[in-house]
Write a protein that binds this ligand. Structure first.
Ligand code: SF4
Length: 105
């Protein structure tokens, strides 16, 4: 079930490899591709280590995604960027860049 939920979000890369390993051939769910595997490393690091709470999860099921908190992320993320090397999907450099230039939030 978890792999079926993740597959529409991240149809290639580590999720694809896991679906092959566990015999999941297709998903019953539809979602916009984001390639975020919802591991939560960025959210937990920002919350528990930095105590900044600049990034959080919003939504449920296939609508779950990370969200940069307006009014917080614009000030903290451009100078922090400590979550960037944690992301197994390699998404955070571009995500943080969008916060920095103001196209995300
Ligand atoms: S670290 Fe990357 S893959 Fe994990 S929740 Fe954050 S953006 Fe998604």
């Amino acid at each position: 079930m978890l792999l079926e939920l993740l597959l529409p979000l991240a149809p290639s890369g580590p999720v694809e490899a896991l679906t092959k390993e566990y015999g999941v051939e297709k998903s019953r769910f539809k979602a916009d591709v984001s390639f975020c595997v919802l591991c939560g490393l960025c959210v937990r690091y920002c919350n528990e280590i930095k105590k900044a709470n600049a990034v959080c999860f919003t939504g449920r099921g296939v609508d779950k995604k990370i969200t940069f908190v307006p009014g917080v992320a614009q000030n903290i993320c451009p100078v922090c960027r400590e979550c960037v090397p944690l992301c197994p999907a390699g998404l955070l450099p571009s995500e943080v860049e969008q916060v920095t230039i103001g196209t995300k939030l």
